[in-house]
Design a protein around this ligand. Structure first.
Ligand SMILES: Nc1ncnc2c1ncn2[C@@H]1O[C@H](COP(=O)(O)OP(=O)(O)OP(=O)(O)O)[C@@H](O)[C@H]1O
Ligand SMILES: CCCC(=O)O
Length: 357
């Protein structure tokens, strides 16, 4: 079985080709803030990212018809149970209209479906464990006012995949362990995994959580209200301050932490180090919150996502503050592409039934 995996992120497009469970080709294309800011909205990036996929296929010598399935990372849909879903017209309509909001992963289903229709044979298109997987406990949903509800929007696919792999390393089942999983990418989500269920997590997309390479995270509320009524910014500009131009972009001018690390290695200190340390500090506080949600019964804290590659600065800064809670496991990057391929394989082999949206 040959599977094409499409994983559009906020700062990258990750592509992979699998023969059954084995990866045979992979490519990560990075997108700068400037490159993506010329598109009016997310959907208008579709053709740009599609061309990148087609070039990847021709560079690696695969035709569309040679695939048995195309699987994309799932985006902002209505709250769903975890699992694998067929991409159907209802899903595409919701994603095109951004009915539940805009996120790079919305393009996963759209691109997967469009490429399957460009093939000259019938190929299924899937998504798996989209960012809207909702397993939150009722008590965790209260925000502090009945007009507002906390929502479960996070890196469900990678968080669950790495938690399963760490459980396997411990010789136990995911469903019998407790973890705090910290996905650190363009966005950052920190989830409390209680026996296979993500019972609490920050809403990584919508101003909840630590600041990230390009998001503000939780901001002081009354200052935000003042800014909204100041007429200094339009609504869209304020949204950009929170997502896209917040966090390290606002403090340092870049969302690329490899550049920040390079400058630190070159001996730069002062404000730059403080901004980067500030992000680590906020992450540690959220780990503490999620440990409390698990009553301190934490088998491991798992650091994952692109930023977990930074074992010189970020990983030690976080680990030294939270290792009193539980051992820290580092799973850099992510298993998202593998997790998507495995999901498609399970359906093609008849081990799992794909759900209908
Ligand atoms: N090898 C590396 N060493 C250090 N930092 C890295 C490395 N690779 C990526 N990063 C940093 O990680 C961040 C991006 O992480 P990642 O690739 O997980 O994000 P994404 O997929 O675009 O977004 P998200 O994970 O939120 O969906 C960037 O700031 C990037 O500079
Ligand atoms: C919400 C999960 C994905 C992201 O933060 O980009």
């Amino acid at each position: 079985m040959r599977i094409l995996v499409i994983n559009p992120g906020s700062t990258s497009t990750k592509l992979a080709i699998f023969e059954n469970e084995t990866i045979v080709e992979t490519k990560t294309i990075r997108h700068s803030t400037e490159e993506l800011s010329k598109f009016e909205n997310l959907y208008s990036q579709k053709d740009f990212r599609k061309e990148l996929i087609l070039s990847f296929l021709s560079e690696s010598g695969y035709s569309l018809d040679s695939f048995d399935a195309i699987v994309g990372r799932g985006g902002l849909l209505r709250p769903l149970k975890g699992g694998t879903y067929f991409v159907n017209d209802r899903m595409i309509d919701d994603l095109k209209a951004a009915k539940y909001g805009e996120h790079a992963s919305n393009l996963g289903a759209i691109l997967a479906k469009e490429l399957t229709t460009n093939a000259s044979k019938e190929i299924p298109a899937f998504i798996a464990d989209p960012v809207v997987v909702d397993e939150m406990k009722e008590v965790a949903k209260f925000s502090g006012h009945p007009d507002f509800q906390r929502k479960s929007i996070f890196h469900a696919l990678n968080q669950k995949a790495v938690a399963r792999s760490v459980a396997q390393k411990y010789g136990r089942r995911y469903e019998e362990m407790n973890f705090v999983v910290v996905h650190m990418g363009g966005g950052i989500s920190i989830g409390a995994h209680e026996k296979g269920r993500v019972v609490d997590v920050n809403n990584a997309l919508n101003g909840d959580g630590p600041y990230t390479p390009e998001r503000s995270g939780t901001l002081p509320l009354t200052q935000l209200i003042k800014l909204c009524f100041s007429k200094k910014y339009a609504k869209n500009e304020i949204k950009k301050l929170i997502k896209g131009k917040g966090g390290l972009v606002a403090y340092t001018g870049t969302n690329d932490c490899t550049k920040i690390q390079q400058r630190l290695r070159n001996g730069e200190t002062g404000e730059l180090e403080l901004f980067y340390r500030g992000m680590a500090y906020q992450i540690t506080k959220w780990i503490g919150k999620m440990a409390a949600a698990l009553k301190g019964e934490v088998d491991a804290i798992i650091l994952t996502g692109g930023l977990a590659h930074d074992t010189k600065y970020l990983v030690p800064w976080i680990s030294e503050k939270v290792s009193f809670i539980a051992p820290v496991e580092v799973v850099p990057g992510g298993n998202e592409e593998l997790a998507l391929a495995l999901a498609a394989c399970r359906v093609l082999k008849g081990e799992e039934k794909a759900k209908t949206y």
